[in-house]
Write a protein that binds this ligand. Sequence first.
Ligand code: NAD
Length: 500
Amino acid sequence: MAMFPQNRLKRRGGMRIWGDTGDYMTDYPDLHLLIDGEQLSGDGRTSEEVINPATEEVIGTLPHATANDLDRALEAAQRGFHEWRKTPADKRAAILTKAAALLRERADDIGEILTREQGKPLADGRGEVAYSAALIEFYAGECKRLYGRTLVRPEGSRVEVQYHPVGPVAGFAPWNFPAINVMRKIGGPLAAGCSVIVKPSEETPASGIALVQAMLDAGVPGGAVQCVFGVPSDVSEHLLGSPIIRKLTFTGSTPVGKHLAKLAAEDLKIATMELGGHGPVMVFSDSDIDKVLDVMCDGAYRNAGQVCVSPTRFLIEENVFERFRDGFVSRAEKITVGNGMDKGIKMGPMANSRGLDNIQRLIAEAQERGGKLLSGGERIGNQGFFHQPSVLSEVPIDAEIMNEEPFGPVAILNPMAGEDAMIEEANRLPYGLAAYAWTQDAARRRRLAAEVEAGMLAINISSVSTVDAPFGGVKWSGYGSEDGLEGVKACMVIKAVHEG
Ligand code: NAD
């Protein structure tokens, strides 16, 4: 029987070998639900297959929760909430710190499982687990610092402003970051003192199960953190239809986000929505062009472009356009594509065939509208969902790819006539997640910080994600934040206690 990482580590005595394709050290584990601390599978439950996107092989069978399972999870979440919220903050912090340590111990194994179910290069899979450990460790510290404040009146009365955990949370995480997304769903609620039921993506379930298992092994009660799977719309309707759930947290596409936000609103549940983006990158001629090319070309193809904060629309000042374009294409053509388990691979397959079909459709439509395909554009091979790193240029703004999140390995390079036009194009879309700008001009940096409509703006740096800073969007990219103190406060409600 294939087991989850904590058991495998013992079995293998901590020895590991970096295997090439087909020579994995780690068996893909048996999959199950985690309800009230119990591992549940079989027993007549329906199930679905999990596929390795690099090989298209079936690697696992995932049980779906029945309606009874979900009711049981809800009842346990109610109980788990009362138990966990009463656990002293320093004890909660110690448990979450231990969970971070367990994740670090298991990072090699969980990272390998993640790569096998999602496709990204092994170092990135392991990096995701390391980020998840750092996030829960940061949250462990924050949960000790959730102070309220006291207003003391001269005549003797006072008001206490108190923060309380909102209650049981339902979290829905997508497949592009199978570990980080799940940790974002469970970390904030657990630090705040909430219980949480998470549904990782059915396409990448084992990473999420491993993260939840680490929480349980560290001492989080079985009712306080649970993991379910099923038909996504059935599970979300069931959980959000229950008055027990007091908060929704979702990462995924804008249409699904809008639908879930409506379901939450029917019961006035609070919500954090991390939805799609279409990251503009403003490249000004006063920037260090070679440096921009080095970091942003890597960024465009990270995780095969399946990143909500992917840099996608490159808006380049006209006088440096040709130099930038040529440098970008030559770098894109050097990106090594292959099975994420192999050494030296920079970009793995796309995570599923839907994404592959979609990117091909968007590239073809952009060409029909007059966009130039400078590199790539083709599927690689016919086994595994591999696609060439692709570069389009001079794409008109009525092309679909200029309006719809591509979520694949394609960068769009368009020449722009200066600062005003670049800001206007950056703000043109209803999305506002991440935006990027490269310039040495201090006054321009201030203007961009004030005028660019985005939840996150990276100026002269390529990353918008650190555990201690809020991560989230505006407009159609959603509302609320994860990470940072904001990610914990988002799971709390305020009570003002007036005393005479
Ligand atoms: P999708 O919108 O159907 O699914 C996205 C995620 O939401 C999946 O994990 C899915 O399980 C979940 N989901 C779908 N319907 C749900 C429901 N009713 N209740 C609860 N969860 C639900 O589509 P997709 O094919 O996976 O991706 C399509 C597009 O979505 C992508 O091309 C991309 O633009 C966007 N997307 C964004 C993110 C992100 O990080 N913001 C992640 C994944 C997908």
